[in-house]
Design a protein around this ligand. Structure first.
Ligand code: BG6
Ligand code: MG
Length: 212
C-alpha cells in the first residue's frame, strides 16, 4: 500500500467515546419518549450532532421547532461532556498508544479527521492533545461525513496528497467520505466493517502495523 499518512477517526477508533454518545442520546430519547437502540445508534456514527438528532426524531410522534431541536442538541451535548469529564489517559488503550507510537517511529504522518466539535477536549482528556501532526474536526467543516471535507482538510493540513493517505474509520459514512476523498479506507468495528466500500477490514487497531 502506497501510504505516507494515516488519518484516524476519533469516536470509536482512537477511544470509546461512541458509548458515551450513545448514553447521552439515549437519555434524551428516553426523556422525550422516543424509541432508540444500538442499531439506530450505528447510523449516528460519523454524522454531525444536528444530523444525528434528525435521525433520532424520525421516530418521534410529534414535530419540533428548530429552536426546540437546538435545545435538544445542547442538552445531549451537556450530558455527553459530563461523561467526557471522567475520561483520563487511562481511557487510551495500550494497544492504541503503542500502535500510534510505532507508526510515528516508522515515519508516517498522523492526523485526526473527526466530525466532533469535542475533538480537542477529548484528545486533552486522554493525553493526546499535542500528539497528532494535524487535527481536522467538527469546528473546521461545513459538511459532515459522508462528505469528504474533513479528510480533505486533514490532508491539506499535513501537506499530503490524498492518494497517499489511509483513513481508519468505524463509520460507514466515514468510509464513504474517505473513498470520496480518494484515500485508502480501512474499516475497524462499527458499521464500517464489511460495508462494501472499504479497501480492507482491520481485525484490530494494532493490525494496522501489518497492513501499512
Ligand atoms: C462523530 C460521532 O465523531 O462526531 C457522531 O461519530 C457525532 O456520533 C459527531 O454525532 C459529532 O460529535 P459532537 O461531539 O460534535 O456532538
Ligand atoms: Mg467514529
Amino acid at each position: 500500500m502506497n501510504c505516507k499518512a494515516v488519518i484516524f477517526d476519533l469516536d470509536g477508533v482512537i477511544c470509546f467515546t461512541d458509548k458515551y454518545h450513545y448514553q447521552a442520546w439515549k437519555a434524551l430519547a428516553d426523556r422525550l419518549g422516543i424509541y432508540f437502540d444500538e442499531v439506530i445508534n450505528n447510523r449516528l456514527r460519523g454524522v454531525s450532532r444536528m444530523a444525528s438528532l434528525e435521525i433520532i426524531l424520525e421516530r418521534a410522534e410529534k414535530s419540533y421547532t428548530e429552536e426546540e431541536k437546538l435545545a435538544f442538541a445542547e442538552e445531549k451535548n451537556n450530558t455527553y461532556r459530563n461523561l467526557l469529564k471522567n475520561m483520563s489517559p487511562a481511557d487510551l488503550t495500550d494497544e492504541v498508544r503503542e500502535t500510534l507510537e510505532e507508526l510515528r517511529r516508522r515515519g508516517y504522518l498522523l492526523a485526526i479527521g473527526s466530525s466532533s466539535k469535542n475533538t480537542r477536549f477529548i484528545l486533552g482528556q486522554i493525553g493526546l492533545a499535542t500528539f497528532f501532526d494535524a487535527i481536522a474536526d467538527g469546528t473546521d467543516i461545513t459538511r459532515s461525513k459522508p462528505d469528504p471535507e474533513v479528510f480533505q482538510i486533514a490532508a491539506q493540513k499535513l501537506w499530503m496528497d490524498p492518494a497517499l493517505c489511509a483513513v481508519v474509520e468505524d463509520a460507514k459514512a466515514g468510509i464513504q467520505a474517505a473513498k470520496a476523498a480518494g484515500m485508502t479506507a480501512l474499516a475497524l468495528h462499527g458499521d464500517a466493517e464489511n460495508c462494501g466500500l472499504e479497501d480492507c477490514n482491520l481485525a484490530s487497531f494494532s493490525s494496522l502495523l501489518d497492513i501499512l
